[in-house]
Write a new protein. Structure first.
Length: 273
């Protein structure tokens, strides 16, 4: 494996698979630094049960599904509640729109197929494909992963949707403030060469913390000029852009290992410029 990260210090904003990612960075010659920008993710049982009960009783006109993992969690809870068949029936009664191949696969396992799917794995792609349909006056249920999707919600409202119901199987807990303080300090003082984000909450928690401490513009300047910001995929990249941070590295394949390899190639290419 080429030593494309030789001498580079890379901050990992995502705690998941941090040991595995650290090994890849080290193999590429770099130094990994764990700087978690999100806390734990947990299944919100109480919210999920009430959401499924309402879903089964009053199937929506449209169901927008954004993650395969989230859909699997919903069906797992529905099975525990004894309403798995009723949920499948409710889904089959509505128009289904899906973002991401994992979501499509999760539907296929249950004999369901979306009438609309994104064109590039992103929420923006899902919106583009939905534009061909009239949603005015409809009741829409949106399954999210662990946070809200303000852009999607705003777009649905603009379409004249009568009612929007959000189902969030998972909840993201904010990271320790000390972890965010250390990460922000590393960015402002250029103690790192790159930072990798693997989910939308990570960039949002960091931006919120920087803004609270009056350091947001300074942080954005560092990420624009001095530190390479990388996103694991298009969804995370979109969240970064919405927060005013342009990712310099986004791998074609949405995998953490691919992101590290792409980051190494970015630095290698910079040497030849």
């Amino acid at each position: 494996m080429a030593q494309n990260l030789l001498g580079k210090k890379v901050a990992l904003a995502g705690p998941r698979k941090s040991e595995e990612m650290s090994m890849i960075i080290e193999k590429l010659g770099g130094t990994p630094v764990l700087r978690p920008a999100q806390g734990t993710v947990f299944l919100d049982d109480e919210h999920l049960e009430s959401s499924i009960e309402a879903w089964v009783k009053h199937p929506p006109d449209w169901t927008l599904l954004t993650t395969g993992m989230g859909l699997d969690a919903i069906f797992s809870k529905a099975e525990q509640m004894g309403v798995e068949e009723a949920l499948t029936s409710a889904l089959s009664q509505s128009q289904i729109a899906a973002r991401g191949y994992k979501t499509v696969n999760a539907l296929r396992k249950r004999g369901l197929k979306p009438v609309v799917r994104d064109d590039d794995g992103s929420t923006s792609g899902l919106i583009r494909e939905l534009e061909a349909y009239s949603l005015e006056g409809s009741r829409v249920l949106v399954q999210l992963h662990g946070e809200s999707a303000p852009r999607l919600m705003a777009w649905l409202s603009d379409q004249g949707v009568q009612e929007i119901t959000q189902v969030l199987p998972y909840r993201h807990v904010p990271p320790e403030e000390s972890d965010l303080a250390l990460l922000l300090s590393d960015i402002l003082n250029q103690q790192i060469d790159a930072i990798t984000f693997t989910s939308a909450p990570q960039i949002r928690f960091l931006v919120e913390y920087a803004e609270q401490h009056g350091k947001l513009e300074q942080m954005k300047q560092r990420l624009e000029q001095d530190i390479v910001a990388a996103a694991v995929g298009k969804v995370t990249a979109q969240a970064m852009i919405e927060e005013g941070v342009e990712p310099k590295v986004v791998p074609a394949e949405e995998r953490m290992g691919s992101m590290m390899v792409a980051l190494g190639k970015y630095f290698a290419e910079q040497k030849t410029v």
